[in-house]
Ligand binder design. Sequence first.
Ligand code: MG
Ligand code: MG
Ligand code: MG
Length: 308
Amino acid sequence: MSINKTLVFGHKNPDTDTIMSSIVMANLENQLGNSAKAVRLGNINKETEYVLNYLNIEAPELVSALEDGQNVILVDHNEATQSADNIANANVQKVVDHHALNFSVSTPIYYRAEPVGCTATVLYKMYKEHDVEITKNIATMMLSAIISDTLLFKSPTCTAEDKAIAEKLAKIAEVDCGIYGTDLLKAGTDLSDYTPEQIINIDSKLFEKDGKKFKIAQINTADLDSVFKNKVYFEAAINDEIKKDNLDLYMFAATDIINSNSKVITLGNDSKVVEKAYGVTLDDNTALLENVVSRKKQMLPKILENLD
Ligand code: MG
Ligand code: MG
Ligand code: MG
């Protein structure tokens, strides 16, 4: 692959926003006359697979390592810990994101982040600003990303803008948001083909603070009990990760998308931070966090605040 062709990708352990926004951003670049290609840094999850099948399109190509000097555009992330290996030696041209800023670069670049629920919401606005057509397929991709990231508008990360744009997209995509969205989220709760080790890695993100390393992993479920009947297997897999990656804390959150709660398993030397952060008492390494569904808004900031 030529290092001059720009690769567009989102974070490791890709979610629906990361995959769809990579494709949507690459298309925008190509429409504007820049040569870009969407790629991915990991396996496609079941929810994203649902969208790809619905649209009958292929997943972006899997890329494991970047060459030095590779031109890249980052979507749906900015932190190096969540990006491609060798990102430090790549040439980051643009970033389009909706996460807290933890990024620095020595040359001026296009950096766009907005405090909205989804990268695709930002991309919708960029399409409008450049007067680029939003086709039915592109609209379906953007809509799927917004539904995924906002848990069908129920997450506290969801803004009025996400919802208004999703409604416009649903018209172009010719889908009923509620029906399509429920099917999409439900597809993502199917864990039947995965080992416990795979389940904790479907959507895990690595963070660092003052030399401490921790991971927060999240899965969606409509049935917490069925997830937690495998608790001992998850604990074994989590302890392996802690050892392998030298982590101070691992929080695995199973988010109940029907009742909008999360039940967590926390392990590692700093596992008690969860008690302090949420005013809960861990019971055999687990706790129910009422009304907590968003890693970005309700998990990560609380952990960062209380980790010392
Ligand atoms: Mg994401
Ligand atoms: Mg996102
Ligand atoms: Mg997510």
